[in-house]
Design a protein around this ligand. Structure first.
Ligand code: NAP
Length: 517
């Protein structure tokens, strides 16, 4: 394969063009024709059918079954990790160039089938078309970016050379790892964590979210089509409680790459830390977790643009992003105007089935997500003033209207706890200093944004707003591979910086060699 050109982000399909839109509708029809299909597990290089079958639903129409994946037993989960361990010596000896080429092929296939994958994200994850398109572009970017990164790491810069010696440092893969993604980026995060581990020379067992197993199967089909050897990865569908602990606790598991909620991440970290008989390493845990992300709106901000950024960040994908703005912290000098402008904008948000272009917000992922969010709305009613929110009955659906609470105290639960839905808390700050103090007043530290025209305040935010991803005068969602390496501080995780130059190091160990000559 020729030398790779410099990395550039994948462009988005333009859904305003009639021919793109009709191709998207055709892709949706193709995907619908596959509904209800069974998907066997892919473990240790072969398909397995357990007969224990789950039904993955379309959150826009919960009675529709998108697909029926077989679920693994604890024994199959153990087999998956044992086989990944057994196959690792062969896989680790493949060349970085060969593995990078495979990633480029995966990217090419995804690019070719973009609209089809968009359609799967629409029907299984409840994403609107633009949200789906951004996700598939990110998945392609991860493949293209990590392929280049592996080639860079395979040829590291020279060390200091002692007289009479050749001194070098090389990067080795870790071993067999477990990949545990969430449902909210069921393609991009799953693909990113998986291909990063594979291109570094590790074998993996992927345990997808129980909410989005069909998209995981579609991605596994692409890995096979691109030429990944059958035993280089397993797809172990099953609930976290049945197969998760088995995979995390197994003595042959070398690392766990997890993205999900704080509580599950902390549990995995704790289980992985316990040494078990026969285990010869400290397991490495990469854990990217939740957020309670804030946008600070200063008195010197462009209010129009701040309101647009807050609305987009809070309600895009119904607020179901780790980077979603769930708190707006607004200087008292512009507080009332901000609220009025925000109310007008949020009231115009359209909610309904994700495939319908007329809707800005689709459903939330499940009945239990809807229940949790609705409970938080009730909590909010007791803690603050509801500015926008409806009491329209949406029984039997997973639609939740956008909700905004004003005058929220920093001690309120809706200010402190991750809700993971379309609920925004707005809090008044005395001044910029106070706003930054409030922004930092939770256990999380994932994304944040500041709207101000004042350069002194911008420098202050760069120094003191304690988040892994800070944005100035733009929304706090939509990190781009290469430009915004992604990962959070404190209870938001291990700050792994996905899509950045440090990311692959987490799947590698460095070996220094001094050779007397
Ligand atoms: P979750 O409930 O923590 O689940 C995440 C994954 O962990 C799923 O695959 C889940 O499988 C699995 N799991 C559950 N229990 C497990 C166990 N005991 N052992 C091993 N795996 C287990 O999170 P989610 O609801 O899918 O995702 C939403 C959360 O992810 C939010 O908190 C969000 O902020 C966070 N998130 C963070 C980032 C980031 O980069 N920081 C990005 C996206 C999302 P089952 O589905 O089978 O339970």
């Amino acid at each position: 394969m020729p030398v790779l050109s410099a990395f550039v982000n994948e462009p988005y399909s333009d859904f305003s063009k009639p021919h793109v839109w009709s191709a998207a509708e055709a892709a949706l029809r193709t995907v619908r024709a596959e509904f209800d299909r069974e998907y066997p597990l892919w473990i240790a290089g072969t398909a397995h059918r357990t007969g224990d079958i789950s039904a993955s639903a379309n959150p826009s129409y919960p009675d529709e079954v998108v697909g029926r994946p077989h679920k693994a037993t604890a024994e199959l989960a153990a087999l998956a990790i044992e086989d990944a361990y057994a196959y690792f010596p062969e896989w680790r000896h493949t060349s970085p160039q060969y593995r990078a080429d495979l990633l480029i092929r995966v990217a090419a296939i995804l690019r070719e089938r973009k609209l089809e994958f968009d359609a799967w994200l629409v029907v299984e994850a409840g994403k609107t078309w633009p949200e789906a398109e951004a996700e598939i572009a990110e998945a392609i970017d991860f493949c293209e970016y990590y392929a280049r990164e592996m080639l860079r790491l395979a040829d590291p810069p020279p060390l200091v050379q002692l007289p009479g010696e050749h001194d070098e440092m090389v990067y080795l893969p870790l071993g067999a790892g477990v990949i545990i993604p969430p449902w909210n980026f069921p393609l991009a995060i799953l693909a990113g964590m998986t291909v990063a581990a594979l291109v570094a020379g590790n074998t993996v067992v992927i345990k997808p979210s129980s909410e989005t197993p069909v998209i995981a199967h579609k991605f596994a089909e692409i890995l096979r089509e691109a030429g990944f050897p059958p035993r280089s990865f397993s797809l172990c569908v099953g609930s976290g409680s049945v197969v998760g602990d088995v995979l995390v606790e197994h003595v042959k598991t070398r690392f766990i790459s997890f993205t999900g909620s704080r509580d599950v991440g902390l549990r995995i970290n704790e289980l992985a830390a316990k040494h078990r008989a026969g285990q010869i390493w400290i397991k490495r845990v990469i854990a990217e977790m939740g957020g309670k992300d804030a946008i600070v709106v200063d008195r010197e901000a462009d209010l129009e643009s701040a309101v647009a950024g807050v609305t987009q960040s809070a309600f895009g994908y119904s607020g179901q992003k780790c980077s979603a703005c769930s708190r707006a912290i607004v200087d008292e000098a512009v507080y009332d105007s901000f609220l009025e402008m925000l109310r007008a904008r949020v009231e115009r948000i359209t909610v309904g089935p994700a495939h319908d272009r007329a809707n800005f917000m689709g459903p939330v992922i499940s009945a239990s997500a809807k229940k949790t969010i609705t409970q938080y709305v009730e909590v909010g009613k007791g803690e603050a003033r509801m500015l926008v929110g409806e009491n329209k009955a949406t029984d039997g659906t997973y639609f939740v209207p956008p909700t905004v609470f004003a005058d929220v105290a920093s001690t309120a639960r809706i200010f402190q706890e991750e809700i993971f839905g379309p609920v925004l808390a707005v809090t008044k700050a005395r001044d910029f200093e106070h706003a930054i103090e409030l922004a930092n007043a939770t256990v999380y530290g994932l994304t944040g944004a500041v709207y101000t025209r004042n350069p002194v305040k911008i420098s202050r935010a760069k120094q003191d707003f304690f988040v892994g991803n800070l944005y100035i005068n733009r929304k706090c969602t939509g990190a781009m591979v290469g430009a915004h390496p992604f990962g959070g501080f404190n209870m938001s995780g291990t700050d792994s910086k996905a899509g950045g130059p440090d990311y692959l190091l987490q799947f590698l160990q460095a070996k220094a060699i001094g050779e007397k000559r």
